[in-house]
Design a protein around this ligand. Structure first.
Ligand SMILES: *Cc1c(COP(=O)(O)O)cnc(C)c1O
Length: 395
């Protein structure tokens, strides 16, 4: 029955496991271990662990299992493994499947920590990584080889909101037998159709829209039963990056409202982008739902909507960007995203500070660029506040 439910229903009910008390809200099993009825029972469980049996919270836990099952149902994946953070999910997905001598192709426009995993860590263990401009399909075609084991990209890049064609890149990767691994944070589980479009493995930082209220760090890897249980789980359970039961519980509560939040945030982001477009003091409003976004048609097909993130490029560079940030009254200056609160970031001096000027230029991270994660506040209040701040940033 649950397979036929629509996503909003799944996000509230899928994966629920009730204890003998019949609690309404999901129980937090804040326990590291589990008691066996007998020595024989312990031996049997280590031999083969059934779906309702647990051994140790690093391997699995009932609250975490509810979260994994709910996310798998929502994303249309066979299985899922929840992790301590988004980065534990990204690094676990890649490290568990790769070995020395393997080749990976990755989009260059990546979250800083993802870039570090690919550029600094994997290469240290003898994995060869080729970086491409993810929006240029010819570069993907030229980069893949018969020994390419995986391609990796963020389906919408941070902070410049470039969109990568999942279907096209998956075809290129599958032609050489490579697995498609997608960091899908900016698309959100609400607008994702990544598995239907060709992804083999989808990764989320659940710190973002899933928690959605700035409480807990978490991540999840979704994929086939074979990959999750035979490749990823042994790596995660022995290296220690599993999700805490308390985090899984905050995420289960987050999932109940995620669809409502993300749709409201997206509606606001679209309205804000339209209202600010052309305002004096702004060089550019970057939002994938705007008709002038270079990948407007692709995003409409791939996600249906433009998402919850937008970027403003202020005329007047860094000084104007700082004046703008300091003039905003509702949005807060921080670096999380997907939160109920509107959050603003100046990538060039914070999240992307480590990049060289050339790298920033290549990625389009200008001194005037401000990334905005639109929250669930009143849309008109947000528009008025951002408009006055753009005016205040003009000298
Ligand atoms: C935040 C983020 C991550 C890392 O997630 P954490 O939960 O902070 O470890 C990875 N990729 C993208 C695109 C992100 O936005």
């Amino acid at each position: 029955m649950t397979d036929t439910w629509n996503p909003r229903t799944k996000a509230v009910h899928s994966g629920t496991r009730r204890s003998q008390y019949g609690e309404v809200s999901e129980a937090i099993f804040l326990t590291q271990g589990f008691v066996y009825a007998s020595a024989e029972d312990a031996a049997a469980r280590f031999e083969e662990c059934g779906p309702d049996e647990f051994i140790y919270a690093r391997y699995g836990n009932p609250t975490v299992k509810m979260f994994e099952d709910r996310m798998a149902a929502l994303e249309g994946a066979e299985d899922a493994f929840a992790t301590a953070s988004g980065m534990a999910a990204v690094s676990g997905a890649l490290m568990s499947m790769l070995k020395a001598g393997d080749h990976v192709v990755s989009s260059r426009a990546l979250f800083g920590s993802c870039l570090y995993v690919l550029e600094d860590i994997l290469t240290r263990y003898g994995v060869e990584v080729t970086f491409v401009d993810g929006t240029d399909l010819d570069q993907w075609r030229d980069a893949v080889r018969s020994d390419t084991k995986a391609v990796f990209f963020e389906s919408m890049s941070n902070p410049t909101l470039e969109v990568i064609d999942i279907t096209a890149v998956s075809e290129i990767a599958h032609a050489v037998g490579a697995l498609v691994v997608i960091d899908n944070v900016f698309a959100t589980p609400v607008y994702s159709k990544a598995f239907a479009q060709g992804a083999d493995i989808v990764v989320y930082s659940t710190t973002k829209h899933v928690d959605g209220q700035g409480r807990a760090l978490g991540g999840i890897v979704l994929g086939s039963k074979q990959f999750i249980r035979k490749t990823l789980e042994p790596y995660m359970k022995h290296t220690g990056g599993s999700m805490s039961p308390f985090t899984a519980w905050t995420h289960l509560k987050g999932l109940e409202t995620m669809d409502l939040r993300v749709r409201a945030q997206t509606t606001s982001a679209q309205a804000i982008a339209e209202a600010l477009q052309g305002q004096s003091g702004l060089k550019r409003v970057v939002y994938p739902g705007l008709k002038d976004h270079p990948q407007h048609d692709l995003v409409a097909h791939q996600m249906g909507k433009g998402g919850t993130m937008l970027a403003l490029d202020l005329a007047g560079g860094r000084e104007a960007a700082f004046r703008f940030l300091n003039a905003v009254k509702i949005g807060i200056i921080s670096n999380n995203l997907g939160d109920a609160k509107t959050i603003m970031t100046h990538p060039s001096t914070t999240t992307h500070q480590r990049l060289s000027d050339t790298q920033k230029d290549t990625l389009g991270i200008t001194d005037g660029l401000v990334r905005i994660s639109v929250g669930i506040e009143d849309t008109d209040d947000l528009i008025a506040d951002l408009q006055q701040a753009v005016n205040a940033a003009r000298l």
